[in-house]
Design a protein around this ligand. Structure first.
Ligand code: NAD
Ligand code: UFG
Length: 340
C-alpha cells in the first residue's frame, strides 16, 4: 500500500513543490492549509504536471477537530509540517499571531499526532535559529543563537518543544530541517512563489523589478565585511529543497529522536552577484540603489551541507543559473502569480 503523508501548509511555496515531489514518488498526500498565504490554484498546477492531485482539507492547523478528523479518516504514516507564517517584519508588529500560528500550531499538531499514534514528523525550520554564527559554513552542531525577531524566536521555540517531546517519548522520530534561502520555481514555469503584496525577500523582489511591477531594488548595505560589501546567503532551489524532504522522510523511518539537517548548497552569493545572475537569466538590467543596512540582517550565512549528504544521501543539484532561469520563467508566465 502507498504511504499517506499529511502535508500542513501544502498549498504554499515550499509545501506545494514538496507535495508534487511526494506524488511523483508514489506517496498519497493529504494537504491541510487554511489558505491564509496561498492559493488552491497551486494544487491544480500540481495535477497538470503529474496527473495526480492531493486530497485537500481547508482548515487551520490549530483546529483540533479538523486534525482528529484527518487522522481518523486517513491512515497517515508521517507528517510534513510547513504551515506557519514567515514574514519577519510582520512578526515584529504581530507577535501574538506569529506565536499562535507557529508555536501553538505545532503544539496542536503534535497533540493530535499523539492521539492518532503517528510519531514521524518533518518540521520546517530555518537557518535563522543559528542567529549570527561565529564562523562559516554553519554546521548543525553550532549553538543556536538569539533570534532578532518573533518569527525566528517562534521557530526556535518550536524546535525546542520538539526536542523535549522526543526526549519524553522514544516513539517520536523528528527531522528538524533548517532551510537556508529557498528560491526558484518548478522548471515547468507553472508553479512558484506567489508573495502577497510587496516582497520582502531578495529574489521575488528582483523578479518583480525585472517584470517592471516594481521600479528599483534597494540593496540593504554595501559596508558588510564580505567580498563586495553586500550580504551573502546560501540560496537553494525549491525543487532541491523538496527532494531533501523526501530524503528526510526516508531517513526518519529508520531513526528515532530528533535529527537536525541543514538544507543548503554550501555556497554563498552576495546581493550583487544575485542581481547579476538574474540579469543574465532575464536579459534585462535590474535597476538598484544602495541604502542603509536592514535591521536584524547578518553579513553572511551559508550551510555546511555535509551532514545531510552523509546521512540523507541528499545534495542540492541545481545551480544559481537554474534558480534564476526558473524564477524568471515562472514570473514571466504568471506576472500576477496564481491570480492570473
Ligand atoms: P508559505 O507562506 O508559502 O507557505 C505556508 C503555508 O502555510 C501557506 O499555504 C499558508 O496558507 C499555510 N498556513 C499558515 N498558517 C496556517 C495555519 N495556522 N493553518 C493552516 N495553514 C496555515 O511559506 P513557505 O515559504 O512555503 O514556507 C513553508 C515553511 O517553511 C514555513 O513554516 C516557513 O516558516 C518555513 N521556512 C521558509 C523559508 C523561506 O524563506 N521561504 C525559510 C525557512 C523556513
Ligand atoms: N536584500 C536586499 N534587498 C531586498 C531584500 C533583501 O538587499 O529588497 C538582501 C538582504 O539584506 C540579505 C539578502 O538580500 O543580505 C537576502 O535577504 P532575504 O530577505 O531574501 O533573506 P534573509 O536571509 O534575510 O532571510 C531568509 C528568510 C527567513 C529565513 C532566512 C534563513 O526570509 O525567513 O532566510 O532561512 F529565516
Amino acid at each position: 500500500m502507498q504511504k499517506k503523508i499529511l502535508v500542513t501548509g501544502g498549498s504554499g511555496y515550499i509545501g506545494s513543490h514538496t507535495t508534487l515531489a511526494l506524488l511523483e514518488a508514489g506517496f498519497d498526500v493529504v494537504v491541510l492549509d487554511n489558505l491564509c498565504n496561498s492559493s488552491i490554484e497551486s494544487l491544480n498546477r500540481i495535477e497538470n504536471i503529474c496527473g495526480k492531485k492531493p486530497d485537500f482539507i481547508e482548515g487551520d492547523v490549530r483546529d483540533e477537530q479538523t486534525l482528529d478528523k484527518i487522522f481518523a479518516t486517513n491512515e497517515i504514516d508521517s507528517v510534513l509540517h510547513f504551515a506557519g507564517l514567515k514574514a519577519v517584519g510582520e512578526s515584529v508588529n504581530n507577535p501574538l499571531t506569529y506565536y499562535s500560528n507557529n508555536v501553538v500550531g505545532s503544539l496542536t499538531l503534535c497533540k493530535a499526532m499523539v492521539r492518532a499514534n503517528v510519531f514521524k514528523l518533518v518540521f520546517s525550520s530555518s537557518a535563522t535559529v543559528y542567529g549570527d554564527p561565529i564562523e562559516m559554513p554553519v554546521r548543525e552542531d553550532f549553538p543556536t543563537g538569539t533570534p532578532t525577531n518573533p518569527y525566528g524566536r517562534s521557530k526556535l521555540i518550536a524546535e525546542e518543544i520538539l526536542q523535549d517531546l522526543a526526549k519524553s517519548d522514544s516513539r517520536w522520530s523528528i527531522a528538524l530541517l533548517r532551510y537556508f534561502n529557498p528560491v526558484g520555481a518548478h522548471e515547468s514555469g507553472t508553479m512558484g512563489e506567489d508573495p502577497n503584496g510587496i516582497p520582502s525577500n531578495l529574489v521575488p523582489y528582483i523578479s518583480q523589478v525585472a517584470i517592471e511591477q516594481l521600479s528599483k531594488l534597494s540593496v540593504y548595505g554595501r559596508d558588510y565585511p564580505t567580498p563586495d560589501g553586500t550580504g551573502v546567503r546560501d540560496y537553494i532551489h525549491v525543487q532541491d529543497l523538496a527532494e531533501g524532504h523526501l530524503s528526510a522522510l526516508n531517513a526518519i523511518d529508520e531513526k528515532t529522536g530528533v535529527n537536525i539537517w541543514n538544507l543548503g548548497t554550501g555556497v554563498g552569493y552576495s546581493v550583487l552577484e544575485m542581481i547579476q545572475a538574474f540579469e543574465v537569466a532575464c536579459g534585462r538590467s535590474i535597476p538598484y540603489q544602495v541604502v542603509d543596512r536592514r535591521t536584524g540582517d547578518i553579513a553572511e550565512c551559508w550551510a555546511a551541507p555535509k551532514k545531510a549528504a552523509e546521512e540523507l544521501g541528499w545534495t542540492a543539484k541545481r545551480d544559481l543559473s537554474d534558480m534564476m532561469a526558473d524564477t524568471w520563467r515562472w514570473q514571466k508566465r504568471n506576472p500576477t502569480g496564481y491570480k492570473s
